[in-house]
Design a binder for this molecule. Structure first.
Ligand code: NAD
Length: 300
């Protein structure tokens, strides 16, 4: 049997980053201030440090200014709010990313609410969540959209072209991934069903999917025989499991080797959705800088 085509998120993300870099250069050539991304990290969580470093590095590589704010774990809510207020008011800052999770003593909702929605390049401010929830089919995404879901929808559009009329199943209903993915697929005229931890017979639901997006955080839960032959499978999961020689390895939420034999298209883990997240953050930051300068939205 033919194997699924690999959706190469690493290559697509590299292309997106270079198109964003061209967009940055074009803005600067027009005399607009260089777009700037501010990252805010509270505490020293090692995974968060890796993410923040990669976001700052990528911003610099594509010609944006980057402002790296590291605060100690004992930072108070008031101190963090004060920093966000300063970043909101700073014209050199086009986008603000507050790395989650925040320490327990900080009220994450209040922090996300404090970020200016125009600079909310993660798309987590309730105003932007509401805009995505209310978006009409095909309407432009001229506001910040959560990066990982945006990356999933770009990869699907690139692999399949029009998604109109397709049955899409999204596994996972988190506000960061599953729900916004479902909204983006509705906007693309799919018929969307969301499955989650209380869904009865997930396997049968998945078999109805022309497009299956899995974002649940359970290693290789989705088996090959859950997949409709020829379906496009987007695996958002990132799970660390024991590998060879006592090392750990990364696997997705889909049993990749089995799924390869059934699906029409599939994203690998790593190298699928993962690299899209940071590239889409840069895309959102460029769009925020354009809007701040009164320039129209451009799809890149
Ligand atoms: P989450 O824990 O917030 O949400 C998980 C969702 O999966 C929930 O809605 C839950 O109902 C559902 N779920 C849990 N167990 C289930 C089961 N057995 N059957 C069906 N549904 C089940 O997680 P999240 O933040 O949405 O992330 C999901 C996965 O995506 C994680 O592996 C995470 O590491 C990964 N992720 C990857 C990226 C990336 O850049 N590629 C970004 C964000 C998250």
């Amino acid at each position: 049997m033919a194997e699924a085509k690999l959706i190469d998120g690493k290559a697509f993300a590299a292309g997106l980053r270079s198109r964003v870099a061209e967009g940055v250069a074009a803005l600067v050539a027009e005399g607009v201030a260089r777009p700037g991304l501010a990252t805010v990290l509270v505490g020293a969580d090692p995974a968060s440090e890796v993410y923040v470093r990669s976001k700052g590095k990528t911003a610099a590589e594509i010609g944006m200014a980057s402002f790296d704010h590291r605060l100690p774990a004992e930072t108070t809510q008031a101190q963090l709010l004060e920093l966000i207020g300063r970043l909101n008011a700073d014209p050199a800052v086009s986008g603000i990313l507050v790395q989650l999770p925040l320490p327990r003593h900080i009220d994450t909702t209040q922090i996300l609410l404090a970020v200016d929605p125009a600079k909310d390049v993660d798309g987590f401010h309730p105003i932007n969540v509401g805009r995505l929830g209310a978006i009409a089919a095909g309407a432009p995404l001229d506001f910040p959209v959560p990066c990982t879901p945006l990356g999933c929808s770009m990869l699907l559009a690139d692999a399949l072209g029009s998604l109109a009329g397709k049955n899409a199943v999204v596994l996972g209903r988190s506000t960061l991934v599953g729900r916004p993915v479902a909204q983006l697929l509705l906007r693309a005229d799919c018929t969307v069903t969301i499955g989650h931890s209380r869904t009865r017979d997930l396997a049968a639901l998945c078999r109805t999917a022309d497009i299956l997006v899995v974002a649940i955080g359970k290693p290789e839960l989705v088996k090959g025989d859950w997949i409709k032959p020829g379906a496009a499978v987007i695996d958002v999961g990132i799970n660390r499991v024991p590998g060879a020689e006592g090392k750990t390895k990364l696997v997705g939420d889909v049993a990749f080797a089995e799924a390869m034999k059934v699906a029409g298209h599939i994203t690998p883990v790593p190298g699928g959705v993962g690299p899209m997240t940071v590239a889409c953050l840069m895309y959102n930051t460029l769009q925020a800088a354009r809007r701040a300068a009164g320039l129209p939205f451009v799809a890149v």
